[in-house]
Design a protein around this ligand. Structure first.
Ligand code: FEO
Length: 168
């Protein structure tokens, strides 16, 4: 049985993960519209991954017998500026998600809820990987300093990102 505080925290995180999915979908749409189809693909794959994150929390809450109350998902922005801006916004967003997950992990420990803590550690580790891949993309974009050919090469590379494998 999860404490009320943990239920509230996980429900909020569930909403944040759905918002993440929505944000990446908005970024993907923006990149498609801006003819960065490779970046649009990368961001669409990220949308799918975030959707799986939300589902992972949802499944855990169901398993723990919680009657989930789904909240509204906030509207993401429509325009994101340059390709560099898109990924900088993604990084800022992921850093905020990491901070939230760290706070939630602290709460789980305080509540002596080790099952939830274990679940959250999966997310904390996932954040390391996510921040690192976005950082790598930002470095590459900065390296080409707005050069059209360089941006095209990066966009082609981002096209290679495949559909994420299902997570448990
Ligand atoms: Fe699921 Fe990128 O946070």
């Amino acid at each position: 049985m999860l404490s009320k505080k943990i239920q509230k925290g996980l429900s909020a995180q569930l909403n944040h993960e759905f918002y993440s999915a929505y944000l990446y979908l908005a970024m993907s749409a923006y990149c498609n519209h801006s003819d960065f189809n490779g970046a649009a693909n990368w961001l669409k794959m990220q949308y799918e991954e975030e959707h799986m994150h939300a589902t992972k929390i949802y499944n855990y809450l169901v398993e723990q017998g919680v009657h989930i109350s789904l909240k509204e998902i906030a509207k993401p922005p429509k325009n994101f500026g340059t390709l560099l801006n898109v990924f900088q916004m993604s990084l800022e967003h992921e850093q905020m998600m990491t901070a939230r997950l760290n706070d939630l992990s602290d709460l789980a420990l305080k509540e002596k809820d080790h099952a939830t803590y274990n679940l959250l550690q999966w997310f904390v580790n996932e954040q390391v990987e996510e921040e690192s891949s976005v950082n790598e993309i930002i470095s590459k974009i900065k390296l080409v300093k707005g050069d059209g050919y360089g941006l095209l090469m990066i966009d082609n590379e981002l096209h290679q990102r495949a559909t994420p494998a299902p997570i448990n």
